[in-house]
Design a protein around this ligand. Structure first.
Ligand SMILES: [Ca+2]
Length: 475
């Protein structure tokens, strides 16, 4: 046997000896070495081995809940300190024009995990706490399933909000591990929903804890990273902060008191405490990546699921709030850090991204092809993020019917936006020069207005064709 072949055999034996040993050896080499490494693998090893040797970076998706675009230090405010979220931005890439798929919780989560416009999943409205029989179509396969099949350990800690039936629980959708709740929000100490049902689960088993929920997410995330440090992992962290009830970690005496936590404590100072607690737990997670030596091979993404809410949030510099399709209802901070691949401190100004892009992006990081049934609504952002190229997409669509029955419509194309707002009034804005949506150009640009309106309508016809639907909500 030639020395090269002996080395190959020795390498294969080493690989099977222990996963820990293999993982510790698979630090990402500099990208300039990739062609040489690829050529050596092709020449020396059978193809299946070459596939197995491909690095499988870890992915962490952090999703804040109702965090306003302006509510992180990096995007503008000075009264809330978010040094760890800011660190993600400073050490990674910021996409300045990032959108949540929906202006409320459930739709954005459906889009994020399916890679589709949420309308294709049927989950294009909020699932309310009284709707105990309602859930997203259980036949729809979600992101963790494809990663699990590719050898990833998968975990979700936090808020699910894709339905109540157990057939749709994270444990049935490809997540090995789940600790969290399935309704739209819980008391941070009592872990009860608005109807005072206890809502805290490990897998499908009800559990009880007295931990402040944001800290509980941090605990579980750090423990998951430690336990899976020597194998590829996918970690989805949908924090419920700073969604109401308004309770910071110092407000244990408000446990279970909805009058205080929904009304009295609806204050900027309480929101600040909630955001800063989330930031501190994100800091624990980043520290644990450093401690395990995983920062270079772990992509970390941060977004919010929709815009902030009136009174307490800052959607600066945008107009509108959660539940509307004004920019303030759907714009989100977007930070992506992967020190092994993305440049530090880069800001992408003009190219928009949207929650569902994280589906294709995560699969691309894992080296997994887009599933055959997946119409590519969301796109792989890697070329944009690592600076190697751009993305081929010019138009984004939004559609949301609120509980009062008004269908809101929006579409961005280039620097322009068509909007039919929460009152049913139509507008045309030149976002590129008017991010605050103050100057309606519908009368000045009638042809553009009609063209964009028709494009939106054609999209609606396409996206709803054959799609499942949730039962109609009756308040
Ligand atoms: Ca939300």
């Amino acid at each position: 046997m030639k020395s090269g072949e002996l080395k190959t055999v020795a390498r294969m034996r080493r690989k099977t000896a222990t996963l820990r040993h293999w993982r510790s050896r698979r630090r990402l080499p500099s990208r300039s070495c990739y062609p040489l490494i690829a050529a050596l693998l092709f020449a020396c090893a059978p193809r299946p081995e070459a596939v197995d040797e491909a690095p499988k970076p870890n992915v962490i998706l952090i999703l804040a809940d109702d965090l306003g675009h302006g509510d992180t230090g990096y995007t503008g405010v000075s009264d809330i300190a978010t040094p760890n979220i800011d660190r993600l931005a400073a050490e990674g890439v910021q996409i300045a024009r990032a959108y949540a798929n929906g202006p409320v919780c459930t739709p954005t989560r459906a889009a994020l995990l399916s890679g589709w416009y949420q309308q294709r999943t049927g989950a294009d409205r909020v699932i309310y706490v009284r709707e105990r029989e309602v859930g997203m179509d259980p036949s729809i396969e979600l992101l963790p399933k494809f990663l699990k099949e590719a050898g990833y350990a998968t975990g979700v800690f936090g808020k699910w909000h894709l339905g109540f039936p157990k057939e749709g629980y994270p444990s049935r959708k490809g997540f090995d591990e789940f600790v969290g709740f399935v309704s739209g929000n819980i008391d941070y100490f009592a872990h009860t929903d608005r109807l005072e049902n206890h809502d805290l689960w490990r897998g499908e088993e009800e559990i009880f804890s007295d931990r402040y929920f944001t800290d509980l997410i941090g605990d579980e995330a750090v423990d998951f990273i430690r336990r899976h440090a020597r194998e590829p992992f996918f970690l989805y962290l949908p924090f419920n902060a700073p969604h109401d009830p308004f309770q910071g970690p110092e407000h244990r005496d408000t446990a279970g008191d909805q009058r205080v936590t929904r009304v009295v404590n609806r204050k900027r100072t309480v929101l600040k405490s909630m955001v800063e607690s989330m930031d501190a737990n994100i800091g624990r997670i980043l520290d644990s990546l450093d401690a395990e030596g995983l920062a270079e091979e772990t992509a970390v993404f941060f977004m919010s699921d929709n815009g902030g809410v009136p009174v307490v949030s800052t959607n600066t510099p945008f107009r509108g709030y959660k539940t509307t399709l004004w920019e303030g209802g759907i714009r989100s901070p977007f930070y992506a850090r992967w020190t092994g691949r993305f440049p530090a401190g880069r800001k992408i100004e003009d190219t928009p991204a949207i929650s569902m892009d994280l589906f294709a992006t995560t699969l691309a990081i894992a080296g997994v092809s887009l599933p055959a049934d997946r119409i590519p609504d969301g796109v792989n952002l890697l070329p944009l993020l690592d600076g190697s190229g751009g993305i081929d997409r010019d138009t984004l669509y939004f559609r949301y019917r609120n509980p009062r029955g008004v269908l809101q419509k929006a579409m961005t194309q280039g620097g322009w936006k068509y909007l039919s707002d929460e009152k049913g009034e139509e507008h045309l804005f030149h976002l590129a020069e008017d991010v605050g949506e103050e100057h309606d150009l519908k009368e000045a640009e009638p042809e553009r207005f009609e063209r964009m309106k028709k494009t939106w309508s054609d999209w609606e016809t396409r996206v709803l064709a054959g799609a499942p639907a949730l039962p109609e909500y009756r308040p």
